[in-house]
Design a protein around this ligand. Structure first.
Ligand code: NOJ
Length: 556
């Protein structure tokens, strides 16, 4: 008997019930929308808020709990919106505040929560504050909201210290008046000085602005970067990109950041249900949350961001960075769960986002070829783990990384500053295909800002819908089961079962997950009733044959 998807209809279908508890976020599946590449409502080739709004029913039917929107604020787009000029305005290319309001309300009506991106480490160089800082000149108190310093060398012609930008090159740019300003990312993204009370007040006010708009949470960009070590000391090493995430650097993961998050948590708690007077009609009950984008050297340091009086979740980049290897996966899963247990925060799991090579390509044996089979197995493993999972738009379609974009179409500032090191972020940002035909495969009526490969026609939502062998239906079934099988996303540990080398098998309440990471089929005892499999498994009199690179869910 060969089985692909088991009949999941025997589990009552409850996906239209919003997860309404205060703790909805602990096991939530959160879907990342990258606004410029999700759906284009006005046909200008660029995704927008009206486009997203129209497609919300798709996300409800997919079965996610919440939607995280990458930045849609007023921005010159030097870094695709992570350079914010006005935190309280929608960029006209994405729509209006009225569109944002409608999107939030529609999402809530469908039982979906909305998480918006907050970019506190830096502003755009076109933000009023920075424009004032530049025009007022050295010595102005308005300059102190950023990190301006005189240069080194006789004429101040050398940067104030040896820090390098994450996007390559020095982390300092010299203003026309001779002083230098710090930017850990592009020169158009000057770093804010978080010692300054005005900066702290402004961001507390921005949090309240969006909470008053009805959002359910925030994704905190560069959450590990806000506080810089006193005196901005030299690092004394080059190629600092290689140190990122491996070491505590004077500009990353400084202990001072945690006081900021404690003050934000108090605001989030104010807007959480026990203070319902602050909730507007139509809002969903439950906590307002924040998730940290914190690249830290270890999961243990990541756990500091989610202590009970700080943020709620932090992305588990150690998991994202793990190879498709049973022993390494088991180790990172255990270590992640162990690290979060003392702070009682849920572990998160993530395989793809707008900054990394899509996992359908990244997890392949050479990291460059399309291996959707492995990607499906990896996704099903991720969705079986206790805690909260993040899904990046298009991974549910099994989209590969686009590796052959012409250089002249690229927009990622990292590509221009550090080509060869980190020039690949446009390849995961190509607009997603909705239909097999039509301009831009249904993304919009006016083409798409990055070209989609022709082969994406067969990966479109329309082509995959209703095909039980498709990746889209695999995600739909997995997310349905996650809601229906008691305890699938809940809990804080997994119980490992004995398994042959290269195979993982773990028990959760009422549920077993088996993962064959090897390139050969393995025959195993049948542990229960087949629920779902990432590729066809064969159940014989002697056991189940789990093919190479396959994950299977069993109800027990
Ligand atoms: C992290 C964001 O995910 C990335 O896209 C951006 O370039 C940097 N932070 C700078 O804001």
């Amino acid at each position: 008997m060969t089985q692909y998807l088991a009949d999941t209809t025997r589990h009552p279908h409850t996906s239209d019930q919003p997860a309404a508890t205060a703790d909805w976020w602990r096991d939530a599946v959160i879907y990342q929308v990258y606004p410029r590449s999700f759906a284009d409502g006005n046909g200008d080739g660029m995704g927008d808020l009206p486009g997203i709004r129209e497609r919300l029913p798709y996300l409800r039917d997919l079965g996610v709990d919440a939607v995280w929107l990458s930045p849609f604020y007023a921005s010159p787009q030097a870094d695709a919106g992570y350079d914010v000029a006005d935190y309280r305005a929608v960029d006209p290319m994405f729509g209006t505040l009225h569109d944002a309001d409608g999107l939030i309300r529609d999402a809530h009506r469908l039982g979906l929560r909305i998480i918006v991106d907050l970019v506190p480490n830096h502003t755009s160089d076109q933000h009023e504050w920075f424009k004032q800082a530049v025009s007022e000149g050295p010595g102005s108190p308005l300059r102190q909201r950023y990190h301006f310093r005189p240069g080194k060398g006789a004429g101040g012609e050398l940067p104030p210290n040896d820090w390098e930008s994450v996007f390559g090159g020095p982390a300092w740019t010299r203003a026309a008046d001779g002083e230098w300003y710090l930017h850990l990312f592009a020169p158009e993204q000057p770093d804010l000085n978080w010692e300054h009370p005005a900066v702290q007040d402004e961001f507390r006010s921005i949090l309240r602005f969006w909470l008053d708009m009805g959002v359910d949470g925030f994704r905190i960009d560069v959450a590990h970067g806000l506080v810089k070590a006193d005196g901005l000391p030299d690092i004394g090493a080059h190629e600092q990109l290689k140190l990122l995430g491996n070491d505590v650097l004077p500009f990353f993961d400084q202990d001072g950041v945690h006081e900021i998050y404690r003050s934000w948590r108090r605001i989030l708690d104010e807007y959480s249900p026990s203070h319902s007077p602050n909730l507007r009609p139509g809002a969903l009950p439950g906590a307002r949350i924040a998730v940290a984008e914190a690249w830290t050297p270890t999961v243990e340091r990541t756990a500091n961001y989610v202590r009970s009086d700080e943020l709620h979740q932090a992305f588990n980049f150690q998991y994202l960075a793990t190879r498709w290897d049973a022993a390494e996966l088991r180790a990172v899963i255990d270590r992640s769960l162990d690290a979060m247990r003392p702070v009682a925060a849920p572990t998160t799991w993530v395989l793809s986002n707008h900054d990394v090579v899509r996992h359908a390509t990244r997890l392949s044996s050479d990291g460059k070829t399309y291996d959707v089979r492995r990607a499906r197995a990896a996704s099903l493993l991720m969705l079986a783990l206790p805690g909260s999972a993040y899904v990046y738009q298009g991974e549910e379609l099994g989209l590969p990384e686009v590796t052959d974009l012409p250089d002249e179409l690229r927009q990622d500032p990292a590509f221009f500053r550090a080509a060869g090191q980190d020039g690949f972020r446009d390849g995961c940002r190509v607009p997603i295909p909705w239909t097999s035909e039509g301009p831009s495969h249904g993304f919009g009526s006016g083409g798409s800002w990055l070209p989609q490969p022709e082969s994406w026609a067969r990966l479109s939502v329309a082509e995959q819908t209703g095909d039980p062998a498709s990746t889209l239906e695999l995600y739909r079934a997995a997310l349905r089961l996650r809601r229906e099988l008691p305890g699938l996303g809940a809990g804080e540990s997994v119980r490992w079962e004995d398994a042959p080398e290269g195979v993982l098998s773990f028990l959760r309440p009422g549920f077993v997950c088996t993962v064959n990471t090897t390139s050969e089929p393995v025959t195993l005892p049948v542990p229960g009733a087949l629920s779902l499999a990432s590729s066809a498994v064969e159940i014989t009199a002697t056991g189940v044959v789990v093919p190479a690179d396959t994950t299977v869910w069993w109800a027990v």
